[in-house]
Design a protein around this ligand. Structure first.
Ligand SMILES: Nc1ncnc2c1ncn2[C@@H]1O[C@H](COP(=O)(O)OP(=O)(O)OP(=O)(O)O)[C@@H](O)[C@H]1O
Length: 445
């Protein structure tokens, strides 16, 4: 772990000393304060990575100091220290903004785990805030890998240009629709964003949807119908899956892109529309041109400002951040606690190939958040296909061995401390009994 600084606000000097001693070999520096006032001043001057705050202090109670700390230093997580029988107050503190609580006397491993978790949490929150500040308009796109930074920069540049035609390419589920929406947000404050999926409707309907139709233009057209281009006037028209557009309509779209005017079905006058056209495709349009499925003139007309949405495997560095983001999102949607993903599973998911890209990741996180709220998530929670696929991926043997060794030691310690009682040991490790059994078998213990 990198150097961390923890401020312990507790009037038991011995406790501060033993925490300092216990955390020494973890590279964690411990500062101590015996009163609320002293703690508050030290927190402001030293800006520790987290604060351990006792509920009972001589001047103010921990519950009284907590809101002051949250207000002055909202980025620093606070973990409450409670004595036995004081759980109710600790739970109240968590409701009022503390990240967690720990009960005296501590289990040192539990304390280290709590500190580690909360430091990861803070790190993620800071990363997300930093990213959102940097690219104000593209804040919907989560990720801070070099690929995403590059993408956000490109979006800011194109969004501020006067370019009116953009082609967004990339595999399915990489966020092309989100890219289009972010680009729209860079350029417009309050303008329509109109979307159509070219693969979802038959040819005749797409034509009527896009260009509109005059009354009596075809059977069933009993009144004049405005098209989506008219609705998008002054804003953006987003053509999703443009590669699926039938050839006759490709010609009509090309004519619109060239003249920025069109004729509704059955109409005899040209209508002007000031529209930014963003088209997205998961096909290789150039290859489609070669095969005669896509008009080359339309391809070149669309491809003036190309944007490439990278696959998730290409930007695996973003996976932990995306998992954190979606866990928070679904937990707040469901009104539950987000699950806690352990390091092992994050490593495994970084190595997985993600054929369904961010959409697949989002679905996985949704499922796990709903089924296992607030739980610590290890690889045992993953469907088999992930384990099998990740097993096939190369990982360094030294890494795998070190991980196994660590796991073996943790399990042996837990079993020894609980006199070999598997149920208790599993509880101590924060995993299910079944998961513990599987690991014992796998590690040949
Ligand atoms: N960088 C990202 N940050 C946050 N959410 C993302 C990101 N990329 C994609 N998503 C989410 O993943 C899901 C799929 O994204 P989207 O529909 O934009 O992909 P797409 O490339 O347009 O897919 P398709 O080609 O299948 O239409 C959406 O729920 C979207 O919100």
């Amino acid at each position: 772990m990198n150097n961390l600084t923890v401020l312990v606000i507790d009037d038991e000097r011995n406790l501060v000393r033993s925490i300092r001693f216990a955390l020494m070999d973890q590279n964690i520096e411990v500062l101590g304060a015996g009163t609320a006032r002293e703690g508050f001043e030290l927190a402001k001057s030293e800006l520790p990575d987290m604060i351990l705050l006792d509920l009972g202090l001589p001047d103010l109670s921990g519950l009284e100091l907590l809101p002051q700390l949250r207000q002055a230093l909202p980025d620093i997580p606070v973990i409450m220290i409670s004595a036995h029988g004081d759980t109710r107050a600790a739970v109240k503190a968590v409701k009022e903004g503390a990240l967690d609580y720990i009960t005296k006397p501590f289990e040192w491993e539990e304390l280290v785990m709590l500190i580690r978790r909360s430091s990861e949490h803070t790190h993620m929150v800071r990363e997300l805030n930093f990213h959102r500040q940097r690219y104000k308009h593209t804040h919907r796109l989560v990720g801070n890998s070099p690929q995403m930074e590059q993408l956000c920069q490109t979006l800011e540049l194109i969004g501020r240009s006067s370019g009116k035609t953009v082609l967004i390419s990339g595999p399915s589920g990489t966020g092309k629709a989100l890219v289009a929406r972010s680009l729209h947000d860079v350029r417009f404050i309050d303008a329509p964003f109109i979307e159509i999926n070219c693969a979802a409707l038959p040819e005749q309907l797409i034509e009527a949807e896009l260009f509109g139709a005059e009354r009596g233009a075809y059977t069933g057209a009993i009144q004049h119908r405005s098209g989506l281009i008219a609705l998008a006037d002054g804003g953006t028209l987003f053509l999703d899956e443009v590669g699926e557009l039938p050839l006759p309509l490709q010609a009509k779209l090309l004519s619109f892109l060239e003249n920025r005017s069109y004729r509704p079905i059955g109409g005899n006058r040209e209508i002007q529309a000031d529209v930014v056209v963003m088209a997205a495709t998961n096909r290789d349009l150039k290859a489609e041109v070669g095969q005669g499925n896509f008009r080359s003139d339309l391809y070149y007309r669309l491809n003036i400002l190309p944007i490439n949405a990278p696959s998730l495997a290409e930007r695996a560095d973003d996976i932990p951040l995306l998992i954190h983001h979606f866990s928070q999102h679904f937990a707040s949607q469901e009104g539950c606690e987000p699950p806690i993903w352990n390091t092992e599973i994050l490593q495994l998911l970084r190595r997985y190939a993600w054929p369904g890209n961010v959409r697949e990741l989002r679905n996985l996180v949704e499922r796990i958040t709903i089924l296992h709220p607030g739980q610590e998530i290890s690889c045992d929670f993953l469907p088999n296909e992930y384990l099998e696929a990740a097993d096939m991926m190369p990982s360094t043997p030294a890494y795998t061995k070190a991980l196994e060794e660590k796991e073996r030691q943790l399990i042996l310690d837990a079993l020894q401390e609980t006199g070999g009682q598997k149920g208790l040991a599993a509880e101590r490790l924060g995993i299910s009994r079944h998961a513990l059994k599987r690991r014992i078998q796998r590690l040949g213990l």
